[in-house]
Design a protein around this ligand. Structure first.
Ligand SMILES: Nc1nc2c(c(=O)[nH]1)N[C@H]1C(S)=C(S)[C@@H](COP(=O)(O)O)O[C@H]1N2
Ligand SMILES: [Mo]
Length: 255
């Protein structure tokens, strides 16, 4: 890394915290009351040394994951709401504009399975739709500062994991999406009674923007841990990270 860019100005990455650090610091400050200044004193590292600050913040965030996992109650349900509380229209969000949402074709769609799963035969939509379905009306909370109540319908994720013979003693379930988004959740959350393999929003089949043909609804986690347009699911003991998680958002991110 050079200290000066082509125009001769100072490389900001050496003098100012990176975007990731700023985001992590905001979370630490909100959740733990820890500021970047306090961190400097605790760690003895120079805040202008982006690499060492980054390392300390990442290890604090991993510690935060463990604390959140330890206090997560697998039987505690996220609040549910009446139909009258549903937000209409439900907001759209992704790392791109709505017009760029992927259009997954029904014909030929198969959900790929990988990792610690006994039967990795891909699932057609027909087979997925044959699973018993349930609805939930819960609140989706996005880190970008909005929340909305929606109705989602689909299969209990635990039922699906059992049907494919997933190793439920493994640590993580990872998701790959048609738009190159990816995320992962802890097994306790995957087995939570409200974690749903979702086919419908507001009683309608998910549209292209809202995750067709399949999304994971996780009301105990922040919005970015609810992958849309899922094309592959895998079970693993190595943390697969995620699109936002790898850029500094806390991995556990319970809501
Ligand atoms: N495949 C995919 N899933 C995704 C995202 C994305 O960009 N791509 N964005 C996440 C974020 S940050 C939010 S808030 C929700 C938004 O879901 P919605 O469009 O149904 O409101 O999707 C999550 N899942
Ligand atoms: Mo989000």
């Amino acid at each position: 890394m050079t200290t000066r860019d082509k125009r001769g100005s100072l490389d900001r990455s050496l003098v100012a915290p990176t975007r990731e650090i700023v985001k992590l610091e905001r979370r630490l400050f909100l959740r733990q009351g820890l500021s970047l200044g306090a961190l400097t004193m605790l760690s003895g590292c120079d805040v202008t040394d982006a690499d060492s600050v980054q390392k300390v913040l990442w290890s604090l965030s991993r510690w935060n994951d463990r604390v959140q996992a330890a206090i997560f109650d697998p039987n505690k349900l996220a609040p549910t709401y009446p139909e009258s509380a549903i937000t209409t229209p439900f907001p759209f969000n992704a790392f791109y504009a709505e017009s760029e949402a992927p259009h997954v074709e029904t014909a030929g769609y198969k959900l790929e399975l990988g990792g610690l799963i006994r039967d990795k035969t891909p699932w057609t939509l027909e087979k997925l739709y044959a699973l018993p379905q349930i609805s939930q009306i819960t609140r989706h909370i996005c880190v970008e500062g909005w929340s909305a109540i929606g109705k989602w319908t689909g299969a209990n994720f635990k039922t699906f994991l059992e049907a494919v013979g997933a190793d439920t003693t493994a640590k993580y379930v990872g998701f790959k999406c048609a738009d190159d988004y990816y995320t992962s959740i802890d097994m306790q959350t995957a087995l939570h009674p409200q974690t749903q393999l979702t086919f419908k929003i507001a009683d309608q089949v998910l549209s292209a923007s809202y995750g067709f043909p399949l999304k994971l609804r996780v009301p105990t986690k922040l919005g970015f841990k609810n992958p849309k347009h899922i094309v592959a699911i895998f079970v693993t003991n190595d943390n697969p990270g995620g699109y936002w998680e790898d850029q500094g958002y806390n991995w556990f991110s319970g809501s």
